[in-house]
Design a protein around this ligand. Structure first.
Ligand SMILES: [Zn+2]
Ligand SMILES: [Zn+2]
Length: 167
């Protein structure tokens, strides 16, 4: 049994994670998938023990898990469920440098300042592209370095979304 399966077994014992039985007005019974089912269905094993998020991603390449009506960072969800509550105001730094990884043992809570400091000594972005000619940009009031490839991908994705809205 892999570490992830062990964790999965453990997490499904939490009540809130059980599938819910919904009984409609006409008496029909329907089982809704539990949050755990929905979460783990979007995780696949990657190299170096990374748990790769295959679902929705943010422009920055972080996994996004939607728990109606909000979106939560998939890595933050995994960390707070399986390890500990995230101290208020702290970011989770990916020690494995793979931004869509949700393995909580690859994450470390750090201050925003420390996260930025670490980001500036990195040589590759979360997707493995070189950062030697990175572009600096401000996002949510913080300065971040973005590799050329990710900047191009992000602009293309944005243009696609705009086109969809216009059509
Ligand atoms: Zn990882
Ligand atoms: Zn990149």
């Amino acid at each position: 049994m892999s570490a992830r399966q062990a964790v999965l077994l453990e997490s499904t014992t939490v009540d809130a994670w059980r599938p819910r039985l919904v009984i409609a007005g006409n008496g029909a019974r329907r089982r809704l998938p539990s949050l755990a089912d929905r979460f783990w269905k979007q995780v696949s094993d990657g190299p170096n023990d990374c748990w790769l998020w295959t679902g929705e991603q943010t422009d920055d390449g972080y996994g996004r898990f939607s728990v109606h009506p909000v979106h939560i960072g998939a890595h933050r969800w995994a960390y707070s469920l399986l390890r500990a509550e995230i101290p208020e105001g702290l970011d989770l730094d990916h020690l494995c440098r793979v931004t869509r990884c949700v393995n909580p043992w690859h994450l470390e809570p750090v201050t925003r300042a420390e996260n930025i400091r670490r980001a500036f000594v990195r040589e590759v972005c979360g997707k493995g592209h070189g950062l030697s000619d990175a572009i600096e940009r401000t996002r949510d009031g913080r300065v971040a370095r973005e590799c050329r490839q990710c900047a191009r991908d992000r602009k293309r994705a944005y243009a696609r979304r705009v086109r969809q809205v216009v059509q």
